[in-house]
Design a protein around this ligand. Structure first.
Ligand SMILES: Cc1ncc(C[n+]2csc(CCOP(=O)(O)OP(=O)(O)O)c2C)c(N)n1
Ligand code: SF4
Length: 342
């Protein structure tokens, strides 16, 4: 009889390393790390089945603190390394971690391709709307008017929305969370991990040193309930301190609008029901930024498509099975070869 070794279920602490965590005290990255270690334990994951790959930045220190495999690679190029890792070892659960500067500036091109190819991995973008590690320059997600060492008069660029970018690039899973929401974040990581294909997760992360409080307009305790909507498949888009605010589609303008259930004849039946497979709705939800409309949190989009590594391996296997050349010796003696003689 074969001996079957039962894998011991690990706790969140088992996913922590002995490395000193070198983020500034109060940085939102700590909370994200904690949520990830909990998610790993909740999923019953093992340390050896996971790999974290990062580029450069404060966020990119993440792999040092996860007791899994890890690569701290080069600025913006983590998606390329991760693609190689997944192709070589499709059984690994591959995570990519980076900041908004890393992934939406120098790495935007690499991010786009990993998403459109639908490589089965999880991209986690920690968005603090600033470059942290390089001391606070504005980034592609910084709001107009952001004053920074590189924009002392205030930035004039229009910022990019990370989830909208991911949707446009063809991501098959898009979610958004907030660093401080420990109740929701592990579930989002778990859903991303369970999705077959490229999962994109934006985590709104507070950089306490260079961009403190940038999300306060929808994260402050007194406004959060009215400025955040947690979306769930099959559930109406309802929120608010009194639980009576909702999102409705205005058919005349083809845009979303905030309504109050019980006012002006609005009933719950008028509200949109979340369908994560609806690409158009996902685009509208991603664009809500907590100002005119609440910020949308949770799984915004999810669709099942073939994955890149599966297609590549299918192609290799098909080529192998019909190949006339089956060993290296024959390969060397095929085509334009000649014998050198004296
Ligand atoms: C090729 C290259 N260009 C620039 C840098 C400098 N650099 C280091 S980290 C970083 C960006 C960090 O910002 P972000 O990705 O937003 O992450 P955060 O530090 O905020 O987590 C930059 C530009 C670099 N290391 N390599
Ligand atoms: S600079 Fe900002 S993002 Fe970087 S560790 Fe400090 S608080 Fe965190």
């Amino acid at each position: 009889m074969n001996a079957v070794t039962q894998k011991e279920k690990l706790t969140a602490k088992d996913f922590a390393t002995d490395q000193e965590v070198r983020w500034c005290p109060g940085c939102g990255d700590y909370a994200i790390l904690k949520a990830m270690q909990k998610a790993m334990a909740d999923m019953g994951q093992s340390t050896e089945d996971n790999v974290f790959v990062s580029g450069i930045g404060c966020a990119a220190r993440f792999p040092y603190y996860m007791a899994t495999y890890g690569f701290h690679t080069i600025h913006g190029r983590a998606p390329a390394f991760a693609t190689g890792i997944k192709l070589a070892n499709p059984d690994l659960n591959v995570w990519v971690v980076g900041g908004d500067g890393d992934m939406l500036s120098i790495g935007a091109n690499h991010l786009m391709h990993v998403l459109r190819r639908n490589v089965d991995l999880q991209v986690l973008l920690f968005n603090n709307e600033i470059y942290g590690l390089t001391k606070g320059q504005y980034s592609p997600t910084s709001r107009e008017g952001t004053k920074s060492p590189s924009t002392p008069l205030g930035s004039v660029d229009r910022p990019i929305d990370a989830c909208t970018y991911a949707l446009g690039a063809g991501a098959t899973f898009i979610a958004r969370g907030i660093d401080s929401q420990q109740k929701h974040l592990p579930g989002i990581f778990q859903a991303a991990s369970e999705h077959k294909g490229a999962s994109f997760v934006e985590v709104l992360q507070n950089c306490i040193v260079y961009n403190d409080g940038v999300f306060n307009e929808f994260t402050d305790r007194d406004v959060a309930a009215d400025r955040q909507v947690h979306v769930e498949a099959g559930k109406p888009l309802i929120y608010g301190a009194d639980g009576n605010k909702g999102i409705r589609l205005n058919l005349k303008t083809l845009s979303l609008e905030e309504v109050v259930v019980g006012e002006n004849g609005v009933t719950e039946a008028d509200l949109l029901v979340h369908d994560p497979s609806n690409h158009t709705l996902a685009g509208m939800l991603a664009a809500m930024n907590g100002r005119d409309l609440p910020v949308a949190l949770g799984v915004l989009y999810c669709s099942r498509e073939d994955t890149y590594e599966a297609a590549v391996h299918d192609q290799i296997n098909a080529a192998k099975s019909s190949a006339k050349i089956t060993n290296f010796n024959d390969l060397l003696r095929t085509g334009h070869t000649w014998v050198a003689g004296g």
